[in-house]
Design a binder for this molecule. Structure first.
Ligand code: PNS
Length: 169
């Protein structure tokens, strides 16, 4: 083993949770910034069985792994359950979330306070790059479904997967 853990130092770890259906350039911006702030970043696809996605959880994970491959300290996995339980099981003290606009703040604050009250885990908010302040997976899917150009909003691997999936529907 090499790195901080081999020297008995605690790795600074954080979680970037989401639905990632699919991952966008906005998500990627937050993940890459988190990867500079923490030794290890866990990108976690939270499974919500009551929400039918365009992509399966396995497909989302596969796309996330492809687009984060260049970051040496990012790992991707699914989780079914409460985010605080994921954090507790892996002893991760921090959640990193992007804030696009004031409209995100109310709900994000509620979740941050709930998660902190449940387990003591902290949430760190990163202001979204203004280039992506309007961007969401839902909008990307809607625009792409109607033939709009989303090539500047998602990584090429995602654009390819979107084009193939929507051609089938
Ligand atoms: O990408 P999204 O859909 O905005 O992400 C929301 C997500 C998945 C991060 C949030 O719904 C979540 O943390 N769900 C896991 C279940 C949970 O812990 N719920 C309590 C939140 S206080």
């Amino acid at each position: 083993m090499t790195g901080p853990e081999s020297e008995g130092l605690q790795l600074r770890r954080a979680v970037c949770p989401g639905s990632y259906d699919p991952v966008t350039n906005g998500h990627l911006d937050i993940i890459s910034r988190a990867s500079k702030l923490y030794d290890a970043v866990h990108v976690v696809v939270m499974i919500n069985q009551s929400k039918q996605g365009l992509f399966t959880v396995d497909e989302r994970i596969d796309l996330l792994r492809q687009v984060t491959a260049a970051y040496g300290n990012v790992q991707v996995e699914p989780f079914h359950g409460l985010l605080v339980d994921y954090c507790k099981q892996r002893d991760i003290p921090a959640i990193v979330k992007g804030l696009r606009a004031v409209s995100d703040f109310d709900y994000e604050l509620q979740m941050a306070q709930m998660n902190n009250g449940l387990s003591g885990v902290e949430t760190l908010f990163v202001p979204t790059n203004p280039t992506y302040s309007f961007l969401s997976s839902s909008l990307v899917k809607e625009v792409a479904a109607w033939g709009g150009d989303v090539s500047h909003l998602v990584p090429p691997e995602v654009l390819d997967a979107l084009t193939k999936r929507l051609a089938k529907d």
